[in-house]
Design a binder for this molecule. Structure first.
Ligand code: ZN
Length: 85
């Protein structure tokens, strides 16, 4: 039974050494990790890969959520119709 404990400890040590040898994921060109973009509606910073991308008023915008994208689009369309009065 003691053999299993040693095996487990060796496995843990192996995992620790591996994580020390490779502390970061390899960053390939075009795959930028942790680049933050600002939500155009609530101004919260979100990782680019998780941001919701929408074209609003012919400009690409980033949002933290679908809800913010919808609110921003509604706000923009609302203000545009006001100007057309
Ligand atoms: Zn937002």
């Amino acid at each position: 039974m003691r053999f299993l404990i040693y095996l487990f400890l060796v496995y843990i040590a192996y995992r620790i050494i591996r994580s020390l040898l490779r502390p970061k994921r390899e960053i390939s060109p075009g795959d930028v990790i942790d680049e933050m973009v600002k939500c155009s509606f609530c101004e919260t910073y979100v990782p680019r890969r998780e941001a919701i991308k929408r074209i609003v008023g012919r400009e690409p915008r980033n949002f933290c959520s679908e809800a913010c994208a919808d609110k921003y689009a509604r706000l923009r369309s609302g203000s545009e119709t006001d100007q057309n009065e």
